[in-house]
Each structure stands twice: as C-alpha cells, then as structure tokens.
Design a protein around this ligand. Structure first.
Ligand code: 4AD
Ligand code: MG
Length: 462
C-alpha cells in the first residue's frame, strides 16, 4: 500500500504505475455514472479523494451503496489536480471491499458534541479532532524523550505500586487483595495489612519523584515518564484520577536550573509539534481554539516570565477582579488566581517561585527567610498550573526535622535520608502533567479529551 501521508508530504512520481491505498470511507456521494469517495487511511488527517466510475468497475453498484466507515482497498492511477482543493485524486481501476460497515455507525457527517464522543471512546479517534489530539499525544511523548535523551537524561522506570505518599496529600488509591470485610483490624481500629500481599499498606503512585531521586545521585540527570494516580476530590476539567507525568531530576542543580530546563523542554516540544504536526495543529486552530497557533508561536519565541510568590500576591492584590477566594500572603493559589496571572497579567507562561513552606511538600528546600521554600510552579494561559518543581532539601538535619514536623514515619523514609548521608549534593527536579501539556498544545478544554480512555471521579467507561 501507498500511505496517504506520503502522498501529501513526499515527491509523487508514479509515472504510469497504478498504486493501492487502503482506508475507511469518510464520505461518499455518487450519481449513476460517477462516485466521489473520501478515504482516510489513518496516516494523515487529510483524506484522499477516490473517483470511481461505473465504466470499468464491475462492483460499482456495491461500492456506491456502502455506508460510511466501510473499509476499502483501492487500486488506481494518481492524478495531480493542482487547481482543485486537494492536490491529487485517485482514479479507481479496482476496488476491493474489505469490510462493510453497519449503516448505524454513530459518527455520521454531522458534528457531535465532545460529551457525546466521550461515551464512544472506542470510536472517537476516527473523528478529525481526536485524530489530531491523539497524534499529537504520541508526537509530544516522543519529543519529550528525544529532548531529555539528547541532553543526557537517563530514563528510569519508577514503580506504580508503592507504599509512599510523595506529595503527602493522602490522595491515594489503595492496592490490596483483601476486601474491606476481610481486612483485619489493629487494636486502634485501623486496617491491618500485615497479612496482605505485600505485608503492608500499598497504593498506586502519586509521583515517581522519591524513587527517581536516588538515580539522580547515581546518573546525575534522570527522568521518569509514566502513569500516576490521584484520588483527588475535584471535579474540574484539569484533574484526572489517572494521568501521566514527566519528572526530570538533576544532581548538582539549584532552583534556577529547574526553570531553565523546563522552559527548554517545553519550547522543544512545542517547536517539534509545529514542525511535525502542522496539519493537525492547523485543524485544531481552525476548529477548536482560534488562538492556538498564536500561543504556540509565542511559547517558542518569547522568554517565559519569572516572578516570586510574594510578587504574585502583590499583583493579585492590585487586580481589578473580585476573586472568589480572597488573596493574602500565605494562601495556596486557586485556579482563578493562576489563570489571572498567566492570562491577564502576562499572556504567556509564568514561573512563580518561593512559595510559603506550609502548604508545600516536605522535601522542598527551606529558604533562608524561614517562611518560604525553593519551589516553582509554571502557570500557563488557559490551564493554570502545568509544572510543579523544587530544589530538594539536601541538608540531613533539616530534612529530618521537617519529616517529623510533617508527620512522616522515619523508618519508612530511612532510604530517602541515606541520599543525604551518602554523597549528598544539591539537587532539583520538576513534574510536568502530560495531559495538561496536551491541553495546552491542542487547545482542548477538558482533560478527558486528551486521554484515550479517561479516568475521572465518578465515571469510568471502557
Ligand atoms: O505539582 P505536583 O503535585 O508535583 C509533584 O508531583 C512533584 N513530585 C513533581 C516533581 O517535582 N517531580 O504535580 C506535578 C504536575 C502538576 O503541575 C500538574 O500539571 C500535574 O502534575 N497534575 C495533574 N494532572 C492531571 N490530573 C491531576 N489530578 C493532576 N495532579 C497533578
Ligand atoms: Mg503542584
């Protein structure tokens, strides 16, 4: 088979040769003598137009009766049509009917709502919108690996089943072979997992960070890229229960390295997509978000803004907006604050650094002021928080005291303290929510629409 992508993107000179294209019917219209069939072969967002004539096709009648989404193998001559909408068409000499679709195929020509399409997650990749989104998902993952590997980062697979709660937020899905009734209780009424599969309480990982840090102290620059799980009680368009995270971790690195590296990575991914998914991005810009390409070009062309949390609070206090959640130094930002900063004040990605230590994770490095930590979030237009990162507390005594303060049992994190005990050094890292990144680069407004099979609170299909 010749691939439609190659027809659009490579030199085409077949001379007198016939070619064969296999694909699915997107639309079809026919008269007594001639039929026009838009075929999509999966390799490109654009279709190839097939011209079928009754003259010379013994199954012309059958072909014209086919419902959309039927599968064809078409052999014919490629004819250049420089003046038409499409640069070429395929004049059929033979058409094999590989699969006859049921006429009740749900994706008829009319536009469907995204809500409806979520209920047919197994069929929605056949729409142009989801074709573009999931193509971009694949290319973005590749670009992330490529950038990190080119820059010497070693890919580490951290576990999915774990007994740690990296972020300390208690938003974990428990992993157990026991059902509630069978779970024995301890004297104080808690579940006793000592007889369970792992002999202790386990959960799905919320972040691979703690387990990737030891590899940074062996390989210097490392990253994880895998699924993470959070049982957050938030029904928003930006939270999923299962999402993927990219977590680079760097030894001999302080907070500014996190800003530089994450900005470099995002710019690389966006440029890669502009270069390798231009048709898909153009489709999304025309049909989903008219500002998408502008935002993406701005992302690669302009430096991201950089401010401290304290400065961000000042900007929010000065804002001419009635925030639902009142602003004062010490609050954790709400998405309305994040979006105001990224969208209204800067109109581009903005790093906010040095947050109050009280609502941040135990592993973040205390600043000298005693009030803030060397943490950073990247806030971006339309989404809000896209990245969270920090310099890690490398001072053993301070880390130990902090673990006590945050109520972490020392026995379970002995190994984490070892990293400070043996060859400790300043190190830093960050986590990018892959789906949030995809929302940013596709213009999609709901996280459910960038995940092939989304898992969010209150709903699971497929
Ligand atoms: O800010 P978070 O919680 O940071 C961490 O997990 C650190 N351990 C990362 C690190 O330093 N290695 O999560 C990082 C990012 C967020 O900025 C957000 O983009 C995404 O992960 N994220 C979610 N994405 C979708 N659904 C959710 N429920 C998410 N929770 C976090
Ligand atoms: Mg965060």
């Amino acid at each position: 088979d010749v691939l439609v992508k190659d027809l659009y993107t490579k030199p085409r000179d077949f001379g007198d040769e016939s070619i064969t294209v296999s694909g699915w019917i997107r639309t079809t219209r026919s008269s007594k003598k001639i039929a026009f069939i838009e075929l999509n072969d999966g390799t490109y967002i654009k279709n190839i137009q097939v011209i079928a004539k009754r003259d010379g096709l013994d199954n012309y009648e059958d072909v014209t009766k086919l419902p959309i989404s039927s599968t064809l193998k078409v052999t014919g001559k490629l004819v250049e049509t420089p003046d038409a909408q499409q640069p070429f068409e395929l004049h059929a000499e033979a058409i094999d009917i590989e699969g006859v679709s049921d006429p009740d195929f749900p994706l008829q020509k009319k536009a469907h709502s995204l809500e409806y399409l979520r209920t047919i997650a197994h069929l929605r990749p056949r729409t142009n919108t989801f074709y573009a989104v999931f193509k971009i998902r694949s290319l973005a993952a590749f670009a992330i690996h490529e950038y990190l590997q080119k820059n010497g980062f070693v890919y580490v697979n951290t576990p999915i089943i774990t007994s740690s709660d990296t972020e300390g937020a208690g938003e974990m899905f428990r992993v157990t072979t026991l059902d509630d009734q069978d779970t024995p209780k301890t004297d104080d009424g808690k579940n006793d997992y000592s007889k369970d599969f792992f002999g202790e309480e386990t959960n799905l990982t919320v972040s691979g960070q703690l387990q990737v840090e030891p590899f940074a102290l062996a390989f210097r620059d490392v990253y994880t890229f895998g699924p993470t799980f959070r049982a957050e009680d938030s029904h928003t368009k930006r939270h999923a229960a299962e999402f993927w995270m990219i977590e680079p971790e760097m030894a001999f690195a302080e907070l500014p390295a996190v800003l530089d590296r994450s900005e470099g990575l995002l710019k690389y991914v966006v440029q890669y997509l502009l270069d390798n998914a231009s048709e898909d991005l153009q489709f999304l810009n025309d049909n989903v978000d008219h500002d998408l390409l502008d935002l993406l070009h701005k992302t690669v062309d302009e430096d991201f803004a950089r401010i401290t949390y304290t400065k961000a609070i000042e900007l929010l206090e000065k804002a001419d907006v009635d925030f639902k959640f009142p602003v004062k130094w010490g609050i954790d930002f709400n998405s309305e604050h994040e979006q105001y900063l990224a969208e209204k004040v800067f109109g581009k990605p903005v790093f906010v650094t040095d947050y109050p230590r009280d609502f941040k994770a135990f592993y973040m490095r205390d600043n000298e002021d005693g009030k803030t930590v060397a943490a950073v979030d990247l806030l971006v237009p339309r989404i809000g928080e896209l990245i969270g990162g920090s310099q890690r507390e490398e001072r053993e005594d301070i880390l130990e005291a902090k673990m006590k303060e945050f109520g972490l049992p020392r026995e379970e994190y002995e190994w984490y303290l070892d990293l400070r005990k043996y060859g400790g050094t300043k190190h830093s890292g960050f986590g990018i929510g892959f789906e949030r990144l995809l929302m940013y680069v596709t213009g999609m407004d709901n996280i459910r629409d960038v995940i092939p099979y989304p898992r969010v609170q209150g709903s699971i299909n497929f």
